[in-house]
Design a protein around this ligand. Sequence first.
Ligand SMILES: [Cu+2]
Length: 464
Amino acid sequence: MKTLIKESHYKLNPSMVRLAHHERIQLGSPENGQKDYYGRNNITTVRPEPVEGHHQPPLKCLILLGLIFSVYMLTMQPVMAHGEKALEPFIRMRTIQWYDVQWSKQKFNVNEEISVSGKFHVAEDWPASVPKPEAAFLNISTPGPVLIRTERYLNDKPYMNSVALQPGGDYNFKVVLKGRLPGHYHIHPFFNLKDTGQVMGPGVWLDIAGDAADFTNDIQTINGEMVNMETYGLGNGIFWHSFWAVLATTWLLWWVRRPLFIARYRMLQAGLEDELITPFDRKIGKAILIGVPLLVFAAYSMTASKYPKAIPLQASLNQILPLPAQVNAGVVNVETVKAEYRVPERTMTFTLKIKNGSDKPIQIGEFATGNVRFFNKDAPKPELGSSESVASSEGLSVDNAAPIQPGEQRTMTIAAKDALWESERLDGLINDADSRIGGLLFFYDGAGERYISSLTAAVIPKFN
Ligand SMILES: [Cu+2]
């Protein structure tokens, strides 16, 4: 039996099978019109017996690889964006609608604390294909660990975990950050929506000055001990990661060094499955089955006795209710009748029914969607925050510039016109199966009061 196995290993060495080349043998040529039963030209592919030692010269392969790589090198440019526009436009426009995002500082030093704060409205017209925001995580998009987050608030409440958001709800947030690595970085607040992706808030450039070596990250544990978070437990972490990596790799190699897949399959077919596993394999398997849980339990007991006062990692979901309505608060009511996008003019036109329920005349000041802001040239411009959200200063026009009087109901056409629809990849909406737009419309009265309404409508594209 033993010799038979050895021979079959030799014959079925997978590398030899792989290297065997296929030869096309032409039995009948298309010229003489010889066809097979199905009317195809009579060409048959024949795989010859496995041959040894037939392979490409490695030099050729290397030259080819070098050539491919050099093409990449030629076209290499510094990356100035990091996927802000990658998400489908209907997700960027109809999930988290950011506004009033402010940074306390954009130039600061290593170890200095800054904060980003702002507001967002969770669209009521949440896309049907996007899972409801039952677990959302407010985060900061950075190119690596250039900052650390020290505090985080939602509706002025400190929180750590993911949170369930309510469509139609209004929230404010604040995140406190501390400079870690000096440099010039593009940073955004963003929401990680479970099973959907990252909905970016407006981004800004931050300049961190100073020396990375000066960075400190000391915290006090519940036992009163001061620890340096930059190095605490690092050796232990490296040890356990390497230990499991080595164990797992060894286990994998133990099996991979033998004939795999086809050779094994053939042996199974031949009823030789008992020959595939040796008694020594079984011994090793048993040793691992008993040894690994014992080791984990021993290490756990050592840790538990060394640190008796410890709390587990928190995995609960935070429950934070929305603020009283900020958007669609009931004073100014807006109903979107229809929306049209003219592709050549890059113009989104809305027909709106507006009812001014306030006691002062109001004017439309801004329309914002997907972090792009369009300002009405006929209205006093609101103060721009520090956030460099992409803005079109005169992109919004209205068919009737006269202020809407208290109690007045008016049907208006407003148009947001700018190449930003294209450069921000929001015009991709017309190619989506869900071509609905969402955004926020800002009204101002003369006395500095602001009213916000959400717009939403199906978009009809016009191609000429
Ligand atoms: Cu960015």
